[in-house]
Design a protein around this ligand. Structure first.
Ligand SMILES: [Cu+2]
Length: 139
């Protein structure tokens, strides 16, 4: 009886302060590591946040050039990536790219294997300089 009462009061407290039950909580935002490829020295993070109008994707890389580096979400994982871009992102310039991707939800991006891939330049798309797997836990 005492345990039941404690459980109920914790639930009441959680409801009072607006804490959702963990089982029903949807992931609203993830930050994934972006790892350097092909000795680019470009490393950083990508943060994906579910917005009302789409998924806000913010890429931040250190060691990136001032020139534009094409950046996309691809199907697959880093190292096993589909060459065709699935969702284009704004090209990374000075290590920064900010895009709101419409037509997909963060939950969908987390459910299937997707990765964010940064290419060396528009004229050298075949060289990948940074990649990060879109997962809820850092891998
Ligand atoms: Cu790409």
């Amino acid at each position: 009886m005492r345990i039941l009462r404690l459980t109920l009061s914790l639930a009441a407290l959680a409801a009072l302060i607006g804490v959702a039950a963990p089982a029903s909580a949807a992931i609203n935002s993830v930050t994934i590591p972006m790892k350097a490829l092909n000795h680019s020295g470009e490393t950083g993070t990508a943060t994906l946040t579910q917005m009302g109008s789409g998924v806000l994707v913010v890429v931040k890389l250190k060691g990136a050039p001032k020139t534009a580096q094409p950046t996309h979400i691809h199907i697959g994982t880093c190292g096993h990536i589909n060459a065709a871009p699935e969702f284009p992102l704004v090209s990374t310039v000075n290590g920064k790219s900010t895009t709101t991707v419409s037509g997909v939800t963060l939950a969908q991006l987390l459910k299937s294997p997707y990765a964010i891939n940064v290419h060396k330049s528009a004229s050298d798309l075949g060289t990948y300089v940074a990649c990060g797997n879109i997962t809820a836990s850092s891998k």
